[in-house]
Ligand binder design. Structure first.
Ligand code: 4GO
Length: 283
């Protein structure tokens, strides 16, 4: 009762007003995922109750004497396939633990996600969408993959972190967990970190500097020492635009660009056509 209805004057606390995001990771290698979740910002977020992360060992849900989680593929072929029963049983336990309906009843606010190279590309937009859910169940495959009936019965979404093949879904599950958790309100310390990100609006980050002012002959750009906030802002924006244009030009089509940005880009393109090639970022 108390947490859901903050009294007057408590409105700006960073503690969760609604139920925290819950993430259940299902794996046969819990030691691959546990330790990274107990460090740094994720540890702090968990300690503060902003996100609840649990790791379920799929082997604990194997019903047979040998606790087998994989078997030979029907039809033959190389490698092993993960059996469906222990994965579905682990997902049932995760749903019950969250007080939700069983995984076969698709529930609002919950996604059962299979990490696979065949999934939809995982992007910042995916992370943003998932950060608004109440329960994510991440299923980590291993060996040659997972029995297709797991997909048919419980998986609501398949996600890939990139076009490469890994030995298991554990590292992708950690990537998804990290990218999603940092978007939960209150997880990032300075509120400006999140604000800055939305401000930069789909562009690559500008170069950052800290002390010392000179390191091995390389100086911090003068503008950053000038104290002219407006000039600093313009320099950073120009750097972001130049880097994005040079390295990831396809991002510019989706970015939120102002008239000032368009003017800077026009200038960069003009400089480029004069020079012909080159490494210079235009400052
Ligand atoms: C996910 C899982 C790559 C990804 C995986 C990815 N490799 N690109 N490997 O997100 C089933 C057996 C898939 C190993 C798993």
């Amino acid at each position: 009762m108390a947490a859901a209805c903050p009294v007057e004057g408590e409105a700006k606390t960073r503690e969760p007003v609604s139920a925290p995001l819950r993430i259940s990771i299902l794996t046969v290698f819990p030691e691959m995922v546990g330790p990274p979740l107990a460090e740094s910002i994720l540890k702090r977020a968990r300690d503060r109750g902003l996100v609840e992360i649990e790791v379920l060992n799929i082997r604990d849900f194997a019903a047979d004497r040998h606790k087998s989680t994989d078997d030979y593929p029907y039809g033959g072929g190389p490698g092993m396939v993960m059996r469906p029963e222990p994965i579905v049983a682990a997902a049932e336990a995760a749903c019950a633990g969250a007080g939700g309906p069983p995984p076969e009843d698709r529930a609002a606010g919950r996604e059962v996600i299979l990490l696979t190279p065949a999934g939809e590309p995982f992007t910042q937009a995916t992370a943003r969408e998932l950060s608004g859910m109440s329960h994510l169940i991440l299923v980590c495959g291993h060996y040659e993959g997972v029995d297709e009936r797991v997909r048919e019965l419980i998986v609501t979404r398949e996600v890939s972190i990139g076009d490469y093949v890994l030995t298991g879904g554990e590292l992708p599950a950690l990537v998804v967990t990290d990218a999603v958790a940092r978007l939960v309100p209150g997880v990032l310390g300075g509120e400006e970190s999140a604000a800055e990100e939305s401000f930069s609006g789909g562009l690559l980050e500008y170069p950052q500097y800290t002390r010392p002012r000179e390191f091995r002959g390389l100086k911090v750009p003068d503008v950053l020492l000038s104290g002219h906030h407006e000039q600093v802002r313009r320099w950073r924006r120009r750097q972001s635009l130049a880097r994005t244009w040079q390295r990831r030009p396809e991002l510019l089509a989706q970015a939120a660009l102002t008239a000032e940005d368009e003017a800077i880009l026009a200038e960069l393109r003009r400089d480029e056509s004069r020079r012909e090639g080159g490494e210079d970022l235009g400052e």
